[in-house]
Write a protein that binds this ligand. Structure first.
Ligand SMILES: NC(=O)c1ccc[n+]([C@@H]2O[C@H](COP(=O)([O-])OP(=O)(O)OC[C@H]3O[C@@H](n4cnc5c(N)ncnc54)[C@H](OP(=O)(O)O)[C@@H]3O)[C@@H](O)[C@H]2O)c1
Length: 440
């Protein structure tokens, strides 16, 4: 048993140094793993708690957090009895306290309280807050050396170098939850990383895979959040529809697997059965498959380094019969190209891309801008701001805030304004009146 725990610690240290997660490392997880779920009321958070509820003897919940969804958070807290719950929105504090009166559960509110939840001594932390709001709490868990199951890809997009440096410094273990990155992690031979030619991220193509650009102009928020294969939160559903989600995942994969952008391919696979692949120098391509249910990659991360049961529908390949693949179309889905260019540019570019995208998706969901305006708005924000080098969290936060201000200030009517010559050059275009390098 003691040997097992020691092996587990060694494995954690090895993986955090991006080396070899040994495959014979079964059964080293502790009997009662203490867990904290950041963003427990969201789609990923609820799936995590569903798995925990199915193995109550295996897990003990330390803390749960939400933004403002007091009803679901209180219900979850009454069910799993954490020591601590926090809401980011201070206005929700009174209602949460009232709902948990008499339970003995400590209640707190505000962004600092969410960070405090991450700092509490849970061995495993599910980072499932949506957007850059997850950065500081996720970093707090990483800084104290926790096992962090990362769903919150925006954390790596907006501050990837900083986050990976903290992982290396603290000895934290970062486990991917995104189904694509979980798939790659499962078939990536860390002992022979020099024998890996490339990784291939699969993409469903989203609900508008077959739409032409003209039809995309009329897409409504309700249509955009209705993903054909996955049930997810609103923001990631819109990201999937624009394919910005795949762009964010390219940046996430670059940081997790230490590969350059040129060795990260994207392949559209509408059935979402193959979750991603790794191609080796001998021509072998290893894939991980499963039905599209986030409880499978979540169970992989929750049980790691051992496997625990998950109730996802079992794959019936005979019933599916046909798996299809196609190349992504960067003309109809320019977000993919924007993300690649941001990664190539480096510095603040991915931070700007992420913040501008969060603002644009919010504006689209609010009915303020159209579907095609999302990528356009991101492109214009990238054109407007310098991709300065980022050396600290404060610098990341400052760029994030500036990009949000810039993206929010782009008037709706200007997004598809006809491009004019230098005299009447719109604010967000280059001086020569052409779109900047961002739109290719
Ligand atoms: N859903 C999926 O299948 C899936 C798959 C792969 C990766 N991911 C990634 O996982 C993350 C979560 O996605 P999701 O679909 O679960 O999102 P979601 O359903 O919208 O849930 C988001 C969670 O974050 C909380 N939250 C929102 N704003 C916050 C803030 N400012 N401060 C603190 N907490 C805040 C929400 O609380 P309230 O409920 O109170 O608003 C909720 O608990 C995203 O980064 C996404 O890209 C999701």
């Amino acid at each position: 048993m003691i040997l097992g725990v020691i092996l587990g610690v060694i494995l954690g240290l090895i993986f955090c140094g991006k080396e070899i997660p040994l495959r014979d490392a079964h059964n080293t997880a502790r009997e009662h793993r203490s867990v904290t779920v950041l963003g427990s009321t969201g789609s990923i958070g609820c799936n995590t708690l569903d798995l925990i509820a199915r193995s109550p003897d295996r897990f003990k919940v330390e803390a749960l957090t939400a933004n403002a969804n007091v009803a679901v958070l209180a219900e979850q807290a009454r069910a799993v009895r954490p020591a601590f719950v926090a809401v980011a929105d201070e206005r929700a504090y009174g209602a949460l306290r009232e709902r948990l009166a008499g339970t003995g559960i400590e209640v707190a509110a505000g962004p600092k309280a969410v960070v405090e939840a991450a700092e509490r001594p849970a061995e495993w932390v599910g980072a499932s807050i949506v957007g850059a709001a997850g950065l500081q709490p996720t970093l707090a868990a990483i800084r104290r050396g926790a096992v962090v199951a990362l769903a919150n890809k925006e954390t790596l997009v907006c501050a990837g170098d900083l986050v990976m440096a903290e992982v290396a410094r603290s000895g934290a273990t970062l486990l991917p939850v995104d189904s694509e990155h979980s798939a790659i992690f499962q078939v990536f031979d860390f002992a022979q990383r020099d024998r890996i030619e490339k990784i291939i991220l699969t993409a469903s193509g989203g609900p508008f895979r077959c739409h032409d650009r003209a039809a995309m102009a009329h897409i409504t928020p309700a249509e955009a959040v209705a993903h054909p294969n996955w049930r997810m939160g609103a923001k990631i559903s819109v990201d999937s529809a624009t394919m910005m989600n795949k762009g964010l995942e390219i940046i996430e994969a670059h940081h997790l697997f230490a590969l350059p952008e040129t060795r990260i391919d994207v392949l559209v696979h509408p059935q979402s059965v193959i979750h991603s692949m790794v191609a080796y120098v001998d021509g072998s391509v290893l894939a991980q498959m499963g039905s599209p249910d986030m409880r499978t990659p979540l169970a992989f991360a929750l049980g790691w380094p051992s496997r625990i049961p998950a109730p996802a529908p079992r794959l019936d390949l005979a019933a599916i019969a046909t798996l299809t693949f196609e190349a992504p179309d960067p003309e109809r889905f320019p977000a993919l190209r924007l993300a690649r260019q941001a990664l190539q540019t480096g510095g603040a570019a991915p931070t700007i891309l992420n913040a501008a995208n969060e603002v644009a998706v919010g504006r689209f969901l609010a009915g303020e801008i159209g579907f095609l305006d999302i990528a356009e708005s991101v492109a214009r924000t990238l054109e407007a701001l310098d991709p300065v080098p980022l050396g600290s969290l404060e610098e990341v936060m400052a760029v994030d805030a500036e990009a949000r201000r810039t993206a929010s200030a782009i008037p709706r009517g200007r997004l598809h304004a006809k491009k004019r010559g230098p005299e009447g050059t719109p604010d967000f275009l280059n001086g020569d009146g052409k779109a900047g390098p961002w739109m290719g």
